[in-house]
Ligand binder design. Structure first.
Ligand code: UT7
Length: 325
């Protein structure tokens, strides 16, 4: 059994269409919804987001990110024996997006399943894949976060529709004798389900209930800052590292104010915080692997670096994974 699971490749995929805050505000104004670039930047740090064109699927975005990660790792899809997809915006109720992506990649025969932990989904998927590789004998895994949140947004609700974007990110993990994932901790508090949810369901051939994302932003904000700090402390203690030894901090990219508050509470200097929420918006389960891919490809993350990946979101769910590159 392998002692560790190592990230050996990363990849990303974004829709073609970029929508700036100014463009979005102009579009929303036509519906009588008032917002501004100034409000969105000041409150969230978001300047633009990528929005999926009609016909683009979560499966297609996830498969593109996976191919990029496989190419980066120098691996063939046929060598993958575990495929985990984190998504809350699957193309169908079933089969899982993981199975649909597996078919597109040609990784037939691998284990394939989805993880549904909303914005914590990628961190959940990574922790599960790590455990399966160390305890279950899997040798090479793809963990993908893929979302098209624009399709579950109420474009008449300015408190949510300006925040989210679409995209996918992926990593290839390989069984190894040197680290690797150093520590992982996952948590949830289902009593807080209502503060961030999409309550509708398909029943009798129709959607019943509210099919749109609803969020109590302030409640989520307060919980997020607390749990990001506590779960960071947990994985650092598990790995026997201090916050000073974290080379790169990559929390879920929801709001730059949450990112800055998390770094400050942990004592990680702002220059070690990876921020991509400005260009991607909040892409839910895709946000962490998208940010990871950006920081790897621009040369910030280098071999030997300790990278702290953190998710937080609907459920309420949260968790951290500490990785050495
Ligand atoms: O991905 C899962 C995790 N999600 C998060 O972590 C999100 C956490 N929450 C947040 O990031 C912030 O709470 C928000 C960005 C959602 C909101 O920021 P806020 O500073 O908490 O603003 P607020 O909700 O207190 O709203 C302030 C004002 C309100 O007006 P009044 O009541 O003060 O007159 C809102 O109606 O801003 C108004 N407002 C807007 N104004 C212009 C809300 N949305 C908009 C908007 N444009 N888009």
């Amino acid at each position: 059994m392998a002692r560790f699971a190592r990230i050996i490749g990363t990849g990303a995929a974004l829709p073609e269409r970029v929508v700036t805050n100014v463009e979005l505000a102009r579009e929303l104004a036509k519906r009588g919804i008032e917002t501004s670039d100034e409000w969105i930047v000041t409150r969230t740090g978001i300047r633009q987001r990528y929005l999926a064109e009609p016909g683009l699927t979560t499966t297609a975005l996830g498969a593109r990110a996976a191919r990029a990660a496989l190419a980066d790792a120098g691996c063939d899809a046929a060598s993958i024996d575990l495929l985990v997809v984190a998504t809350s915006t699957p193309d169908q109720i079933f089969p899982s997006t993981a199975c649909l992506i597996q078919a597109q990649l040609g990784a037939v025969g691998s284990a394939a399943f989805d993880v549904q932990a909303v914005c914590s989904g990628f961190v959940y998927g990574l922790a599960v894949a790590d455990a399966m590789m160390r305890g279950g004998g899997y040798r090479r895994a793809l963990v993908i976060g893929a979302e098209i949140f624009s399709r579950i947004l109420d474009w008449n609700d300015r408190t949510t529709c300006v925040l989210f974007g679409d995209g996918a990110g992926a990593v290839v993990l390989e069984a190894a004798e040197r680290p690797g994932v150093l520590a992982a901790r996952l948590h949830a508090d289902g009593t807080q389900a209502q503060i961030l949810c999409t309550g509708g369901r398909v029943e009798g051939g129709r959607v019943t209930g509210d099919p749109f994302l609803r969020m109590d932003g302030q409640a989520v904000f307060k919980l997020a800052v607390n749990v990001l700090d506590s779960s960071a402390q947990e994985v650092l203690a598990d790995a026997g590292l201090t916050a000073q030894q974290v080379d790169w901090l990559i929390p879920h990219q929801a709001n730059v104010r949450i990112l800055n508050a998390t770094a400050k509470r942990l004592g990680v200097p702002p220059q070690r915080l990876v921020v991509t929420v400005d260009r991607h918006g909040n892409t839910s389960a895709a946000s962490v692997p998208l940010a990871l891919d950006v920081a790897r490809r621009d040369g910030r993350i280098r071999p030997g670096h300790n990278v702290l990946l953190q998710g937080v979101g609907g459920g309420f769910t949260w968790g951290s994974v500490l990785v050495r590159f």
